[in-house]
Design a protein around this ligand. Structure first.
Ligand SMILES: [Cu+2]
Length: 111
């Protein structure tokens, strides 16, 4: 994307990942049953995808991705049962202003 062509306001309007649970790079002792992604602005769940994969490429995101009640900037992703290992999260978000952002991070489970 040509950043120079965007006004500062347009840049602010993108949905950037502010915080995640499990946290980026963290190790969870209890396997989480859902992933929480907190964005800088509301996202459209119908046009947002999140993949959670183990090191073999097996998928652990379950269907039912949705935003939190009353908080369109918080995305909740149900997870299948996670075992010990490292998981990669790849997200593609479309914000309420239709701008698209993407990113990835990892977390680990070590019961
Ligand atoms: Cu934007």
């Amino acid at each position: 994307m040509a950043l120079a062509a965007l006004s500062p306001q347009a840049a602010i309007a993108h949905a950037m990942l502010l915080q995640a649970s499990p946290a980026v790079g963290s190790t969870a002792s209890v396997p989480p049953t859902q992933l929480e992604l907190h964005f800088s602005e509301g996202v459209e769940p119908s046009f947002t995808s999140v993949e959670v994969a183990d090191s073999n490429g097996g998928r652990y995101d379950a269907t039912g991705l949705h935003t939190a009640s009353g908080d369109a900037a918080t995305l909740l992703v149900p997870l299948r049962q996670l075992g010990a290992g490292t998981y990669t999260v790849i997200w593609h978000a479309t914000s309420v202003d239709t701008h698209k952002t993407q990113g990835h991070f990892s977390f680990s489970v070590s019961p």
